[in-house]
Design a protein. Sequence first.
Length: 191
Amino acid sequence: MTLVLAKSELILGGQKSGKSRRAELLARDWLAQSPAHRALLIATGEPHDDEMRARIARHQRERAERVPGLATVEEPRDLAAAITRHGAEHTLIVVDCLTLWLTNLLMPKYEPNRPPVLDWQAHAAIVLRAIQQSPGPVVLVGNEIGLGVIPMGREVRAFVDALGALNQQAAQVCERVTLMAAGLPLFLKNP
């Protein structure tokens, strides 16, 4: 089954909900449509510990098997520049994921000399503008983490609030918004 691609799509869901898999399938189908098509994944995760290094390596291996033509660029912070630099009419960009990008801005845990970005909204506005201006399709992957209990810590509550605001802003600019659950898409906004 071929998936229908939107000019821009935000794919939200919980962990292991099928978000990244849907983005990969969109990239696979995009690549199959024309030999002129290219697909690029902008990875925002950073390998700060052994578990994360192993997770990233596993994702890279599995992605290479599922979508061999999907190139990868690692960009944990300057997402707008990466989208602008790599955006092209025949290039589909997958950003995986917005949640880790926001985490890198707000919680630079592993870089004590780098303070958190206080005005993350300004950075988000630049990213969203880059998505809107990209000549080719853009697929964003992000976590929906606001469905559980209210977190106990002030910093965690602030992060959940910021991510919820970012997801709402991304949903406004994206042509399609998909919520993934148990590997199944629920279209919240569809062209």
